[in-house]
Design a protein. Structure first.
Length: 392
């Protein structure tokens, strides 16, 4: 009798414990869905680099659903779509982006690079406010009442992904709503290239995934989807300084605004050493040399070229469009497009697209100044120096 009573007590305790655990789990899902959709679920798509289409299409579709569920749970509003290959990606685009302008600039930025974005807002984003020395007053960002055919209008937008970290993604969303200068693509931020083997001192290559080509081609596609531009698009990074007046003068000098692809041009061969950072497997790129391409520091595309690239990527089968180095990816897709025979990259030279020399003559003439080597993680003072040298 006593044993039966004890057994009933233990059964009651067990049932009650199961109930508490189940209730706690359901409560956690309801309030913190991001904890359920963890990093292991939000794949970085690196597994599909082997081009196994039959298996990866289904997996990719599932990942998109998981990403969408995560963002929706965080009250994200991704009411636009870009198609890269045969996959649709939700994307947040501020309303002002769709206003037509002469030059639209896409700035690739990591979601967590809050300081870099603020440094740019406090410097070269203000070129339209500077009216000293040179007549930069005409180089203004487009307002509602501006002439849509004004060849001096420009706009710049940061392109970021999502991290899966609730705190960071929430701050990014607040920043985007505050400034209306950010495009948020529903793809996970990741930039793997190589990793060190835990069991040895050797550096070994892992099949890489980079979000950069997704951001670049999403921006190109958005820029030609509606009447957002009437002249050129430009791609740069969040550690670069852009001299807007010089850039607009450069574009105005072009006699024909078509078949243009301009920047700091390179011809290179793929790195085949697996221990190197920029290793490229023959599976990823079987050719002996890359096509001539413009470095990602800053390059320009006329509207017709941008349309051709966007169309090629949009209609590509699965991930045939994808190549992990975004600047080379643009040249590869151009080579597959209807403009492949019409466009030859124009090299603006190292003096115009400068990658080094803080106090050197390069920065006096450059259109785009890449600051990574000089800033050493302290971008704000360098940006301010470049800005002061130009706004006076």
């Amino acid at each position: 009798m006593c044993c039966n009573k004890n057994l009933r007590i233990w059964n009651t305790i067990l049932i009650f414990s199961i109930f508490i655990i189940a209730t706690t789990y359901i409560y956690t899902i309801t309030l913190h869905p991001s904890n359920v959709i963890g990093e292991s679920k939000i794949s970085t798509l690196s597994h599909i680099m082997n081009r196994d289409n039959s298996a990866s299409v289904v997996q990719l579709t599932e990942e998109v659903k998981q990403l969408k569920a995560m963002v929706n749970a965080k009250n994200g509003v991704f009411d636009n779509i870009v198609r890269l290959g045969n996959v649709d990606y939700p994307i947040f685009v501020p309303t002002i982006f769709w206003k037509r302008r002469f030059l639209t600039i896409g700035i690739l930025s990591s979601a967590s690079n809050f300081d870099n974005r603020e440094a740019i807002r406090e410097t070269w984003f203000k070129f339209s406010e500077s009216k000293k020395k040179r007549p930069v007053g005409k180089y203004e960002q487009l307002d509602d009442d501006d002439d849509l055919d004004n060849d001096n209008t420009w706009g710049a937008f940061f392109i970021v992904g999502i991290t899966g970290d609730f705190a960071i993604d929430s701050l990014v969303r607040e920043e985007a709503e505050k400034y209306q200068d950010m495009i948020i693509l529903q793809v996970v931020e990741k930039y793997n290239a190589v990793t060190r083997n835990r069991h040895s001192n050797r550096t070994s290559f892992i099949k890489s995934y980079s979000v950069l080509p997704y951001k670049t081609h999403a921006f190109v596609q958005l820029s030609v989807s509606l009447s957002s531009i009437s002249g050129f698009i430009m791609k740069t990074d969040d550690d670069c300084f852009v001299d807007i007046p010089k850039v607009l003068d450069l574009l105005h000098e072009q006699e024909e605004r078509k078949n243009l692809y301009m920047g700091r041009c390179y011809s290179a061969k793929p790195e085949r050493d697996p221990s190197k950072r920029w290793y490229v497997s023959k599976e990823s790129f079987p050719g002996e040399s890359f096509p001539n391409y413009c470095r990602g520091t800053g390059y320009f595309l006329s509207l017709d070229v941008a349309i051709a690239i966007a169309s090629t990527v949009r209609n590509s089968k699965h991930l045939k469009w994808y190549f992990e180095m975004e600047d080379i990816s643009v040249a590869l897709q151009l080579g597959q497009s209807s403009k492949s025979e019409d466009v030859t990259p124009i090299d603006l030279g190292y003096r115009k697209i400068a990658g080094h020399g803080v106090n050197g003559y390069l920065f006096k003439d450059c259109y785009v100044c890449h600051t990574t080597r000089e800033s050493k993680g302290n971008l704000q003072p360098l940006m301010e120096k470049l800005w002061k040298d130009r706004k006076i």
